[in-house]
Design a protein around this ligand. Structure first.
Ligand code: CDT
Length: 305
C-alpha cells in the first residue's frame, strides 16, 4: 500500500482496500494480506505527551461502520484477508493487532504484536518510533488460523526479524505466515540508515524465516511517503525455498500475487528440515530461559567420556 496520510479518513482507506480486494478476486486470489496498522498513518512516529490524544488512531470494534464494507465485499467475493490495525479494548488496553477473516466472512482469529520495537519516551529524532509507548505487548503468542483452507500463521512487522516467530508458527503446522509491516527508511535507532541496506535486511529476514521453517511468507508493507516519512515497501511472496517469487515494483497501492503450491515445501519437510526427525529441543533451553546475550553455559572440557 502507498502511504496513508494523517488526514485520510477510514472510509477513504477502506475504499483503497476495496479496489485491491476486487483486483485480487479478479486474479483468482483467495487470501489477501494487508499491512500493519493499515487503517491509519503509522502514528508511532508522533510524540503525543497525552496518550489519550492518540485515541482517534485506535479501533474499538472490528468490523466498525467504516470497515464493514471490506468485510462484506470479501465475503461476497469469497476472499479471506488479514488486516492490521490499532486496537483499543473495552478496558482501554492498546494493542498493535491483526485480524484474520476467512472466505465466508467468519473471524478466524486475532494476533496482538509481541515484538514491539522502538522506545517508550520521546527522543531527539526527526521521527519517533514509539510502539512501546502506544501499545502493550500481546499476551496470547503467535496463532495459526485456518484461512482459505490453509494454516496461516500471524505475525506483524518487527516479528519478521526474529527467528522464534517463524519456528513457533511452524511447530503449529503453519503452511504460510502472513506479515504486515511499516518499516521507516532512515533515522530508526539500531537500523542501517541506507535504503538498500534496509531492503536487504527485510528480504533477508523473510527469506530466512521461510527457508528455515519450510513455509511460505506473505509480507505486505506500506510504501512511499507518510507525512514526510518514507516507508520501505518491498511487499513480497516468498517460497519455502526462500525464493522471492513476486515483489512490489512501486510505491503506491499495488497487488503482489503469488500461487500457493504445497509441493514446494514437501521435499524440505520430508528431509533436511524434517523437524520430528532432526530437531533437538533438549539443547535449545536457553532460547526460552535467557533473553539477552550472556555467558557460555556449555561445559566443553569436563564430563567427557
Ligand atoms: N513497525 C515495525 O515494527 N517496524 C520496525 C522498524 C522499526 S525498529 C525501531 C521493523 O522491524 O520493520
Amino acid at each position: 500500500m502507498g502511504g496513508v496520510q494523517p488526514a485520510e479518513s477510514r472510509t477513504s482507506v477502506v475504499g483503497r482496500l476495496l479496489v485491491l480486494l476486487e483486483r485480487a478476486a479478479s486474479r483468482g486470489c483467495r487470501l489477501v494480506v494487508f499491512p500493519e496498522l493499515t487503517l491509519t498513518t503509522f502514528f508511532p512516529r508522533y510524540w503525543l505527551p497525552r496518550l489519550d490524544d492518540a485515541d482517534g488512531f485506535y479501533e474499538r470494534e472490528m468490523p466498525s461502520p467504516e470497515t464493514a464494507p471490506l468485510f462484506d465485499r470479501a465475503r461476497e467475493l469469497g476472499v479471506g484477508f488479514v488486516l492490521g490495525y490499532a486496537e483499543m479494548t473495552p478496558a482501554g488496553r492498546r494493542f498493535n493487532t491483526v485480524i484474520a477473516v476467512d472466505t465466508d466472512g467468519s473471524i478466524a482469529g486475532y494476533y496482538r504484536k509481541v515484538h514491539l520495537p522502538g522506545h517508550v519516551e520521546e527522543r531527539q529524532l526527526a521521527h519517533q518510533h514509539l510502539e512501546k509507548y502506544y501499545f502493550e505487548v500481546g499476551e496470547e503468542g503467535f496463532p495459526v488460523v485456518e484461512l482459505a483452507g490453509l494454516k496461516v500463521g500471524l505475525a506483524t512487522c518487527n516479528d519478521r526479524r526474529w527467528a522464534e516467530t517463524y519456528r513457533v508458527l511452524a511447530l503449529q503446522g503453519a503452511d504460510l505466515v502472513a506479515i504486515g509491516y511499516n518499516t521507516p527508511v532512515g533515522g530508526v535507532p539500531g537500523m542501517a540508515p541506507e535504503p538498500h541496506r534496509m531492503m536487504e535486511e527485510h528480504l533477508l529476514s523473510v527469506r530466512a524465516g521461510a527457508y528455515q521453517n519450510s513455509l511460505w511468507v506473505l509480507a505486505a508493507g506500506k510504501s512511499g511517503f507518510e507525512d514526510g516519512q518514507r516507508l520501505i515497501g518491498g511487499s513480497c511472496v516468498v517460497t519455502p525455498g526462500g525464493d522471492v517469487v513476486s515483489v512490489a515494483a512501486g510505491d503506491g497501492d499495488e497487488l503482489v500475487v503469488g500461487t500457493y503450491d504445497p509441493r514446494v515445501a514437501e521435499p524440505y519437510r520430508a528431509e533436511l528440515f524434517n523437524f520430528a526427525l532432526h530437531r533437538r529441543p533438549e539443547h535449545y533451553g536457553l532460547i526460552v530461559e535467557r533473553t539477552g546475550h550472556g555467558e557460555p553455559v556449555v561445559e566443553t572440557l569436563a564430563g567427557r567420556s
